[in-house]
Design a protein around this ligand. Structure first.
Ligand SMILES: [Zn+2]
Length: 285
């Protein structure tokens, strides 16, 4: 969805993480479920998005070279120590668990006030059903975890020759009504500008949905997905393997968009991640 340029979020301090201690593996499932039960109901509030970003940022670093990592904690509260359950699975080895704590820090997000045509905001029941079905379908895609890593090296910007993406986490007030925070980064670019895959992966979904418009979702494996919304044209098909930098389509204004731009998103284990953190990770090629 389109946004005006907004200042970068302040307060982007890295999380403080205590060392992990070893723990026996046999009660893994019980403990994961306990952690889910305890933390799954924590209410979404200010700080949750930053939590997501920082945890996953840390986690992606851990992923490199350590095998497959899974966490039970999805939503935690800002500025509190939380138990963190971790599973590391190496090929041909028994799962190992470890437990540690993570201090989550608050991050400020800008507020954006947008005016959109009434029909794009106050949906008729049929459109609302359609939009709900579509968001469920997206959630289903994000929950599917491909057990192999399909990306290599650094992630690349999805559109060249334009400025940085903006607006992740912005709290949105549309036509005077508070709405969900913005889940991606918007890149303003002329219609027809090529959009490329941020890294290697497999095309998980090609669709034309009410809010995102024409979209492509790339599965990078291990629960990591990148999202490309509001496209004008699409040149890839579902199940196709793509390389980093490979064209997926072109910038457009399909779906709910106030002008041509790319909405670039990232999902890690069904949690929204700030795509800027993904692009900033220093993986080696
Ligand atoms: Zn957007």
């Amino acid at each position: 969805m389109n946004t005006r340029i907004s200042p970068r979020p302040k307060n982007e301090t890295p999380p403080v993480q205590t060392p992990f201690s070893s723990a026996p593996a046999q009660d893994l499932h019980t403990r994961l479920n306990q952690a889910k039960a305890k933390l799954g109901h924590a209410k979404a509030r200010e700080g949750v998005l930053s939590t997501t970003i920082q945890r996953y940022d840390t986690r992606l670093r851990e992923l490199e070279g350590q095998g497959y990592v899974a966490h039970a904690v999805r939503r935690v509260r800002a500025e509190r120590e939380q138990s963190l359950f971790r599973t590391v699975v190496e090929k041909g080895q028994e799962p190992q668990t470890a437990q540690g704590a993570l201090r989550v820090q608050r991050r400020q997000f800008s507020v954006e006030r947008l005016s959109l045509p009434k029909g794009m905001v106050d949906l008729d029941p049929e459109t609302e059903r359609r939009a709900n079905d579509e968001s469920k379908r997206l959630a289903t895609v994000y929950r599917l975890i491909t057990p192999e890593r399909l990306w290599r090296g650094k992630f690349t910007k999805p559109v060249g020759m334009v400025g940085e993406g903006t607006g992740f986490g912005a709290r949105r007030v549309i036509n005077g009504q508070p709405r969900s925070p913005h889940g991606g980064s918007d890149y303003s670019a002329p219609r027809g500008t090529p959009v490329v895959a941020a890294n290697g992966g497999r095309v998980a979904l090609v669709a034309d949905f009410f809010f995102p418009g024409r979209l492509v979702i790339v599965d990078h494996g291990l629960g990591l997905y990148t999202l490309y919304f509001h496209l004008d044209t699409i040149v890839v098909a579902e199940a196709q393997r793509v390389e980093r930098g490979q064209p997926l389509g072109t910038v457009g204004a399909t779906g709910r968009a106030t002008g041509p731009h790319l909405h670039f998103g990232a999902q890690m284990r069904a949690a929204r991640v700030d795509p800027a953190t993904l692009l900033g990770l220093g993986f080696l090629d």
